[in-house]
Design a protein around this ligand. Structure first.
Ligand code: SAM
Ligand code: SF4
Length: 336
């Protein structure tokens, strides 16, 4: 039996008016990042003068306690780059210790994984998502602005050796990583990672880049079918990736295609920004400030009520096909 599915069947449940259940929270722990990915922060991270500090560890604990009271059992810490925070291992340990939170994942660019993978595993991390947009050092540096491919791959090897589940995110970028697709297919033959190709998403800051580099996922889908990859059934708390397995491969391949029809119907996640604002959709507008309820003077039920109220306003889906990417400037700002 799938223990996750069994355990959450008795939880109170956080539903929106369309019957979608939210059991997965993506929490940004910082806007800051040390990479300059061409599709995300091409000019590098620039702090906003006078902006409030990110949520501290105690506020994060209060936040997660409130969400857990609503049946949320999985949290992903993301950013920006979450490992630029000095207390990232402590944040993972605290998240893993919140009653009801059974899975703690981390999205990272991997630049500190060589030293952090062990401590993160010890702190209770269940899953790592590492961004690797190219497997050639020059191509990697061209996309990320950092000549750190070998260090990131070394960090992934350390994480695997420590028993962590590793997923690798590859944003499919026409003209920038077309020639890397074969290398990723070769890599998963012997390496037990799930490589997920993500369709480039348009944001308010990236219209021109999107027009040049966006490619649909059809070619990859055709290649998977032709090469004998088969769809893997989804498990509770899984994200939006369609994953595929192959009898001759140690790893898996996934596709994340947000422009595909019906993508929003399976939405199971909410997002909270680094300053404690709830965002109902990555490509929506506006946010709901939860920070005033995280100072330890409010019961988790108060926060839970506020979240329920906000979620009752969640829209049915994004409007990307109508060229409306909402008010998200880039994914680093909201925890992609
Ligand atoms: N810094 C970490 C990282 O790169 O994994 C975590 C934050 S990053 C915003 C989370 C994920 O969003 C990464 O896999 C990144 O490649 C992806 N991402 C960022 N901007 C994107 C865009 N415009 N379209 C598709 N994926 C994007
Ligand atoms: Fe930083 Fe991640 Fe954005 Fe790259 S995708 S700039 S690593 S936040």
């Amino acid at each position: 039996m799938n223990t996750d599915a069994h355990a959450h069947s008795s939880a109170p449940g956080l539903f929106d008016p369309f019957g979608r259940r939210f059991e997965y929270l993506r929490l940004s722990v910082t806007d800051a990042c040390n990479f300059k990915c061409v599709y995300c922060l091409p000019g590098g991270f620039r702090p906003v003068p006078g902006a409030a500090a990110p949520l501290d560890a105690s506020e994060i604990e209060h936040l997660l306690t409130g969400f857990a009271a609503l049946g949320v059992f999985k949290v992903r810490l993301t950013g920006g780059e979450p490992t630029v925070r000095k207390d990232i291992v402590d944040l993972v340990a605290r998240a893993a210790a919140v009653p009801g939170i059974r899975r703690v994942a981390l999205s990272t660019n991997g630049y500190r994984l060589d030293t952090l993978a062990g401590p993160l595993a010890d702190a209770g991390l269940s899953q790592l998502n590492v961004s690797v947009d190219h497997l050639d050092p020059v191509g990697f540096a061209e996309v990320t602005g950092k000549a750190l491919l070998h260090r990131v791959i070394g960090g992934i090897d350390t994480a695997l050796a420590r028993g962590l589940t590793v997923k690798v995110n590859v944003v499919r970028l026409g003209g920038l990583n077309d020639d890397a697709v074969d290398a990723f297919f070769d890599w998963v033959r012997d390496t037990p990672v799930a490589v997920r190709f993500i369709e480039l998403m348009e944001t308010a800051d990236s219209r021109a880049f999107f027009a040049r580099h966006h490619r649909p996922m059809d070619a990859l889908r055709r290649r998977l079918a032709a090469d004998g990859w088969v769809t893997r059934p989804r498990a509770a708390g899984d994200g939006p990736a369609e994953e595929f397995t192959h009898p001759n491969a140690a790893g898996r391949i996934g596709l994340i295609a947000p422009y595909a029809p019906g993508f929003c119907e399976g939405c199971n996640r909410l997002r909270v920004t680094a300053r404690g604002a709830l965002r109902l959709c990555l490509f929506g507008r506006g946010e709901h400030d939860l920070r005033p309820l995280l100072d330890g003077t409010h019961a988790p039920e108060v926060l839970a009520r506020e979240v329920l109220r906000a979620v009752s306003l969640k829209p049915a889906g994004h409007r990307l096909q109508a060229a409306d990417a909402g008010d998200t400037v880039h994914l680093a700002a909201v925890g992609g």
